[in-house]
Design a protein around this ligand. Structure first.
Ligand code: SF4
Ligand code: SF4
Length: 245
């Protein structure tokens, strides 16, 4: 058994002085965690299926929440809309297992695959077309979680302009953030606990590193990361090799 003890809610508990995670985050975490646990014994493809199911399940939770009066009245509405993609001009993150699931799906999507192949460092996300996401149904959880209330804040961040003071409103809707980040932790935790490396990755270079490598997912499954070290973002602790089973 792995001795790795990763508590995905530890940081939140520190911030809330021991209070349990919010119900929305816990619900999304449980759904993702249970999906991965159920699929793990069936192998890699089944785990990638669990990622796709998790995207849909987390969307379902958010769809339910956003129809409620509490959501409509709870905070200013988000400014997000089709055609607004300032957030897609910034560094985009995804869990390693999501990158592998997106890569698998792109095998059936030649247009989007070509968009990825044409991408170069310094450009916005390859899948941004006319301000909209070309892989909307398979975009990472981090992309789903971002719902800012003031588009000027996103523009200013992109442009490297000051975002403090009264210039722009940095608020975002907390509900999608809780739901999708709960799902992200729920995806990663069972993999990390099993000794599999599931860091956060920078989406574009990580995808580019595996898209032409037919055995990339299998490499990852057998403990040999196909992702270059420079694509790794510091989201989750790294399990030690000796704990792998
Ligand atoms: S997060 Fe900001 S940039 Fe992205 S869609 Fe929403 S308002 Fe636009
Ligand atoms: S995957 Fe889609 S939503 Fe995410 S950054 Fe790229 S274009 Fe934007």
């Amino acid at each position: 058994m792995p001795t790795f003890d990763f508590d995905p809610f530890a940081q939140m508990r520190r911030q809330t002085h021991g209070a349990p995670p919010p119900p929305l985050e816990q619900a999304a975490f449980d759904a993702a965690h249970n999906a991965v646990i159920a699929h793990l014994p069936q192998g890699l493809d089944a785990v990638l299926d669990a990622v796709v199911a998790t995207w849909a399940r987390a969307d379902g939770i958010f769809d339910t929440v956003r129809t409620t009066p509490a959501y409509a009245l709870g905070a200013p509405p988000a400014a997000c809309r089709r055609g607004c993609g300032w957030c897609c001009h910034q560094k985009v993150g995804a869990a390693a297992i999501e990158v592998l699931a997106i890569s698998r799906a792109l095998a059936e999507r030649p247009t989007e695959r070509r968009m990825l192949e044409a991408w170069q460092v310094g450009q916005p996300c390859a899948f941004l077309k006319d301000g909209a996401c070309s892989i909307y149904d398979i975009r990472p959880l981090k992309c789903r979680s971002l719902w800012h209330v003031d588009v000027r804040h996103c523009m200013a961040k992109y442009a490297g302009l000051p975002v403090g003071g009264a210039k722009t409103d940095p608020s975002f809707r907390s509900e999608p953030k809780m739901i999708y980040e709960g799902a992200l932790k729920g995806l990663a935790l069972p993999l990390i606990k099993q000794g599999r490396d599931c860091p956060g990755l920078e989406l574009m270079p990580a995808l580019r590193a595996v898209i032409d490598k037919e055995d990339a997912a299998q490499m990852w499954w057998t403990g040999h990361s196909p992702f270059p070290a420079e694509t790794v973002l510091d989201w989750f602790p790294k399990p030690s090799k000796k704990r792998r089973r």
